[in-house]
Write a protein that binds this ligand. Structure first.
Ligand code: PMV
Length: 325
């Protein structure tokens, strides 16, 4: 018998976004961010010792980010056993639904348990997963998560924590998927283009502390409308920066879904949108409005299908299973 470790991590969606790095090699963000961790859009990672002395990968997409993470985990633990690693995303990958965040967080949790024998702090695991995807560190915590950019050279004060439990302001998330294929340009390359070419790159970062403070206060006050205003404006400002660099992630369905959310609000349905580095539109609302919102999105032009999710109250514990090698 040998041990297989299985870890799950969900995707997360930023309400106040990070869009730029202060240290490329360590993948440290220029600003703090504030997100919700989801419960249904998950990645599942398994790790097991290989019997043939080789590493084996069974993952969607290129293994480069995962390999970087593994290298950091090996250096930190001194455990260099050959491994068989699988990561499955249970939702469309690479389409701006934060599958790199959930897959890196799932792998980090699995390696923390397997190589670190469970003795590794979540901040150390975050240090590893950040090498694969910056925003993955937020997927290591449930609920409303605040990821502090910090200012130290080594990243030791760049840490994420749950700021509020999901119950502080229960929100459902309805995704209008307008394209389920990988995006044309990944976030790291797009951030670099923005840094070099977008006139409002600096202004976007300058507004970050005020947006963060206001978003946190809105959750504290249970004010969906205020949280919506801040998130939508923050998201649109990020996409303005992106467009200034000659990149436009929006498709026809993106514009249709944005207009639809605004129309729903006019009709008195409390909801707001946010969009990451991709064309898909995430609509947040109190859970009791989700069925109505989802139904009304199905016939929008350019919307392929919808997904339902909610803010996660807890994370699923890592499992150790006895299996035949
Ligand atoms: O962590 P990355 O490299 O996948 O970049 C995430 C960028 C956004 O999703 C657009 C914003 C964010 O804070 O999640």
């Amino acid at each position: 018998m040998s041990t297989l470790v299985r870890a799950i991590a969900p995707s997360n969606i930023a309400l106040v976004k990070y869009w730029g790095k202060r240290h490329t090699a360590l993948n440290l963000p220029l600003t703090s961010s504030f997100s919700v961790t989801l419960s249904e859009m998950i990645s599942v990672a398994t790790v097991q010792e290989s019997t043939d002395g080789q590493d084996h990968w069974d993952i969607q997409g290129k293994p480069d980010k995962a390999q970087r993470l593994l290298q950091h985990a090996r250096e930190a633990t001194g455990d260099t056993r050959p491994l068989t690693i699988s990561i499955q995303n249970q939702f469309p990958s690479g389409a701006g639904l934060a599958s790199s965040a959930s897959s890196m967080a799932a792998l980090g949790r699995a390696l923390g348990a397997f190589l670190g024998k469970g003795d590794i702090s979540v901040d150390t695991i975050a240090d590893w997963t950040r090498q694969g995807s910056g925003s993955s560190v937020r997927s290591l915590f449930p609920g409303y998560v605040h990821w502090e950019a910090g200012s130290s050279e080594d990243g030791s004060d760049c840490i994420a924590r749950t700021r509020f439990p999901a119950s502080a302001l229960p929100l459902a998330l309805t995704v209008c998927v307008v394209n389920d294929q990988p995006k044309p340009i990944g976030s790291t390359a797009a951030m670099e283009k923005c840094r070099d070419h977008s006139p409002s790159y600096q202004a976007f970062h300058d507004r970050n502390p005020a947006d963060l403070e206001a978003a946190i206060a809105a959750v504290e006050a249970g004010d969906v409308q205020k949280l919506g205003e801040i998130s939508e404006n923050n998201c649109l400002a990020m996409h303005d920066v992106i467009r200034e660099a000659g990149i436009d992630y929006f498709l026809e369905g993106t514009h249709a879904a944005i207009a639809h959310v605004r129309a729903l609000r006019e009709q008195g349905v409390p909801c707001f949108f946010t969009i990451d580095a991709g064309p898909n539109v995430k609509i947040l609302s109190p859970p009791e409005y989700q069925a109505q919102i989802e139904e009304s999105c199905k016939d929008l032009p350019g919307v392929l299908f919808t997904l339902r999710d909610a803010v996660a109250e807890t994370l699923v514990p890592v499992e150790h299973l006895d299996v035949n090698p």
